[in-house]
Design a protein around this ligand. Structure first.
Ligand SMILES: Cc1cc2nc3c(=O)[nH]c(=O)nc-3n(C[C@H](O)[C@H](O)[C@H](O)COP(=O)(O)OP(=O)(O)OC[C@H]3O[C@@H](n4cnc5c(N)ncnc54)[C@H](O)[C@@H]3O)c2cc1C
Length: 351
């Protein structure tokens, strides 16, 4: 049976970022992925590092701030291993916010039709999650991390000082098991079904019209518009997203895509006839308080969760990897993690 220090389930941005951080600290790491790596929420995301989105729960702020502070070093580590550059795509967001001093949108973006919105200027960055994912995967593959695609975790049990992980094909052993399976974490860790639920988001990408030079993000409670300014998707504008409770269904409905495009066109009329390049849907991993689950399960110190990052997993990946590695190596965490401890969820106390 193959034994490693850490066995991670799920090769999304959270699982792969944690694997890299644990490997950097000298540990042996195995990653088990049900399908192909980075094909779920981490591929579907818009890529806003939206640390000051007014819709974020207040308790998320310290984690978001830590993650932003770690982002440059996180990218540098990935770039140095992968030899692939991952630039920030934008540096400014116009956020609809009724109570604040309005930004001078006329000079920033004369094409914007604010309608009833008042916009504030946020110094916020965005990244292309697909470009990041490609570099992250290349970085992982350049190391001795054992990544097993098409290897779904079926069950986990404690055996003495180790955890045994049963997959469809073989059994793995590790000192600690970390569940990073996003929207699937309740099933993978055999937790009560509502612990993490999938929340569907449909999106589209259109070609940026030449009459619309766009290098900032626009966000209202209903819609966001994210231009890709560099890399393989430069010239694309990502428009999102629906927020739906439809279980694990990822069907894309043309009527919802048309609604998203027309909402975007109310703000930027040039987008009304923009050519649609791609449509897709992804599943955000949501907990009942919309905060991630970071740490060990109650009564199971060797079975940890790093899941439930909802709308902010791209933003939160560096801090999640950092804090989880600190918890796993008994270091004092960089911030207080009590608000993210799995034990806060009443249903988990009896698991
Ligand atoms: C439409 C949309 C827009 C978003 N926009 C943003 C944004 O702008 N900014 C931002 O920060 N975040 C955004 N997010 C949220 C972000 O995408 C997620 O929070 C993040 O990707 C979660 O990463 P993850 O690794 O936990 O999950 P995932 O990327 O879903 O990875 C989980 C992995 O676990 C695997 N798995 C499942 N079950 C098993 C099993 N039994 N055994 C082994 N593997 C298993 C899955 O196949 C999958 O590969 C968005 C999400 C969506 C859907």
């Amino acid at each position: 049976m193959h034994h490693s220090d850490y066995c991670i389930a799920g090769a999304g941005i959270i699982g792969l970022s944690l694997a890299l951080e644990l490997h950097r600290r000298g540990a042996t790491v195995t990653v088990l992925e049900r399908n192909a790596p980075l094909a779920e929420a981490s591929y579907a995301a818009g890529g806003m590092l939206a640390s000051h989105d007014p819709e974020n729960p207040a308790a998320l702020q310290p984690l978001a701030d830590l993650s932003l502070s770690l982002y440059p070093a996180y990218l540098a580590a990935i770039e140095s291993l992968s030899q692939l550059h991952v630039p920030f795509q934008t540096y400014l967001t116009l956020q609809s916010h009724p109570t604040s001093t309005p930004a001078d949108t006329k000079s920033l973006l004369p094409q914007l039709n604010p309608g009833s919105h008042t916009f504030v200027r946020l110094k916020e960055r965005s990244i292309d999650p697909r470009q990041l994912g490609q570099a992250l995967l290349a970085a992982v593959l350049s190391t001795s991390i054992a990544l097993h695609p098409h290897t779904p975790v079926q069950s986990i049990r404690s055996v003495g000082d180790a955890i045994e992980i049963q997959t469809t094909t073989s059994t793995f052993s590790a000192s600690h098991f970390i569940d990073c399976t996003g929207a699937w974490a309740a099933a993978s860790s055999n937790l009560p079904s509502g612990t993490v639920v999938p929340r569907k988001g449909q999106m589209l990408a259109v070609a940026l019209p030449s009459s619309l030079p766009l290098d900032l993000v626009i966000r209202t409670p209903e819609i966001y518009i994210i231009p890709r300014t560099q890399g393989p998707n430069a010239g694309h504008v990502v428009i999102g997203a629906t927020v739906e409770d439809k279980g694990f269904d990822k069907t894309v409905h043309p009527i919802d895509i048309a609604m998203l495009q027309s909402s975007a066109a109310e703000l930027l009329p040039q987008l009304a006839d923009a050519t649609i390049l791609e449509t897709w849907a992804g599943l955000r991993p949501a907990t009942s308080d919309l905060l991630p689950l970071l740490g060990a399960l109650p009564h199971r110190p060797r079975h940890l969760l790093a899941a439930g990052h909802y709308r902010n997993g791209i933003l939160l990946a560096p801090a999640t990897a950092h804090l989880m590695a600190q918890l796993l190596t008994n270091e004092t965490p960089a911030i207080d993690v009590a608000a993210f401890a799995p034990a806060r969820i009443a249903g988990l106390l009896s698991t």
